[in-house]
Design a protein around this ligand. Structure first.
Ligand code: T4K
Length: 366
């Protein structure tokens, strides 16, 4: 059997993409807020149902720019989750801020809102939760804590493209939400991302910070990175947006098949979707408890032996990685530590056949 990896990029037809880049090719305008970028921004603002949006070179840079434009004080503390991709934590540290790790809840692996307030000090300036796997955080509780303590909220919404909560685009929550459009995501622009923000007064600053902090040729008010998306990526995004609803529908059928095969088995835990969420079926995490006959690593190895590349997203948790091991102890977030040792994300992409889903499940159940 051909190798089945955890995901596989969705692609438009070759002709469709070539057609989309023809104009870019002819014009030789390849980046720096070109026509494809401007079109994509408009289409994404509508599709994602957000107030304001800027395209960014990748999801990580979107996080760093989000942290920068909110003017958080250097050395300030940001309460966040360690159960995420390293990008989330790195974005805080690389911005001169201090991550303070809050544990996660054992049901959907998002930040445990009952543990946030105990971590607040006079240095706390923001909360940076993650809608991990596309599971939506307890937005109401986070909002209430943030208001009470005058904190900014930045959602790492990297996994939630197209999701809605209470009928509103998920990117419209918090002061800022960021998306990743990496090749491995439900929706991609090859590499890419976006910042969505409530306060339209941030518009100019975000545009300028994204472009080295340049206002015009003679005025550079901010220090900024090169965070611009190029025209070839934007063109890919325009093509992929035409097909996204169908892609999500196909993922839904796959997830339903996984659930049918794996639910109700002692020792196998599957996330329940929250109410009032339109999901995007981004990941399919499965947690193996002590009641299961084999542990996560054994199942990972058995799948690998059959050419199936499940992934241990998110292991190790970010407060356990070498880069931070002198500053943090992962035992301080025991639920996250435990889940990270038990979770496996199974292959999930739009053209994964149901036959292969059943095969993956039969190896797990064997
Ligand atoms: N916040 C969160 C919560 C995130 O999860 C991420 C990224 C970010 C922020 C930062 O966003 P970006 O700056 O990346 O936009 C992947 C992705 O690189 C990363 O985007 C993603 N999260 C993370 C969870 O997963 P790897 O190292 O696991 O990717 P890799 O290369 O092993 O690819 C996984 C599988 O995807 C491959 O086995 C096959 C398939 N694949 C991969 C590539 C690169 C394709 O089908 N096509 C491709 O082009 O990190």
């Amino acid at each position: 059997m051909d190798k089945i990896l955890v995901t596989r990029s969705s692609m438009p037809d070759f002709e469709e993409y070539i057609n989309e880049i023809k104009e870019v090719w002819d014009s030789r305008w390849l980046t720096n807020n070109g026509v494809k970028n401007r079109q994509l921004k408009e289409e994404l603002t509508k599709y994602l149902d957000v107030d304001n949006l800027e395209t960014i070179v990748n999801g990580h840079m979107a996080l760093e720019i989000a942290v920068q434009v909110l003017d958080l004080p250097k050395g300030g503390e940001v309460i966040t989750t360690p159960f995420t991709f390293v990008s989330t934590t790195h974005s805080i540290v690389r911005s001169g801020l201090i991550p303070v790790f809050c544990d996660i809840n054992p049901d959907d692996y998002t930040i445990d809102v009952d543990k946030i307030e105990a971590l607040i000090t006079d240095k706390t300036c923001a909360i940076l939760p993650v809608h991990v796997y596309g599971n939506i955080c307890n937005i109401e509780a986070i909002d209430e804590i943030a208001k009470k303590h005058n904190l900014k909220v930045i959602y790492d919404a990297a996994h939630t493209f197209g999701e809605k909560y209470n009928g509103r685009g998920i990117g419209s929550y918090g002061d800022i939400s960021i998306f990743s459009f990496h090749a491995t995501k439900v929706y991609h622009t090859i590499e890419g991302g976006a910042i969505c923000f409530k306060d339209s007064a941030l518009q100019n600053k975000i545009e300028e910070v994204r472009d080295f902090g340049i206002h015009d040729e003679e005025s550079i008010p901010f220090v900024g990175p090169n965070g611009k998306m190029n025209e070839f990526c934007a063109a890919m995004g325009i093509c992929n947006l035409r097909h996204i609803d169908g892609e999500i529908e196909k993922r839904k059928a796959i997830v339903e098949c996984y659930i049918e095969e794996l639910q109700g088995i002692e020792g196998i835990k599957i996330c329940k979707p929250r109410e009032n969420v339109d999901p995007n079926y981004a990941y399919f995490p499965v947690v193996f408890t002590d009641k299961y006959k084999k542990n996560r690593d054994q199942i990972f190895d058995e799948l690998a032996a059959e050419n199936i590349g499940a992934r241990k997203y998110f292991y190790p948790i970010t407060n356990a990685i070498e880069a931070y091991s002198d500053k943090y102890d992962a035992k301080d977030t025991p639920v996250a530590l435990d889940i990270s040792k038990r979770v496996l994300t199974l292959p999930l992409f739009a053209d994964l056949s149901l036959e292969n889903v059943k095969k993956i499940c039969s190896i797990i159940k064997r």
